[in-house]
Design a protein. Sequence first.
Length: 146
Amino acid sequence: MTKQIYILNGPNLNLLGQREPEIYGRETLADVEARCAAIAGPWGVQVRLLQSNHEGQLIDWIHEARNIACGIVINPAAFTHTSVAILDALNAFEGPVIEVHISNVHKREAFRHHSYVSARAEGVIAGLGIEGYEAATRRVLTLVGA
Ligand code: DQA
């Protein structure tokens, strides 16, 4: 079976490139997918980029990843700060998990400073723009020995 990295994205990230570009930039999730695929491809690893505005859908994809993916890169967006359920789902996944935030959440409102997902993640990247997804993909490849 081809190795896969799941790149999961939470609410409002479907609007990446249009939404608050001064914070999140002008590139889209399609750009993120292309950049990460270019990094993973030479190692024989596919990326599967998914986005949902619904918590349960993200949880279902994390469960699906248990059977298919060697690692998860996740930007849970606002669910970062609220979702014990996503944390629990990630705890049921055995491979490496890297948490990504496009913006530097620590420079923003206090409610963005706490992440439930960080309690599970091998690494946390914030404030590198969409380059954070590339760094996270590289880190997963290192951790799985690709
Ligand atoms: C975000 C930061 C979150 O606080 C916010 O709710 C998002 C995006 C980021 O990528 O910087 O939607 O996860």
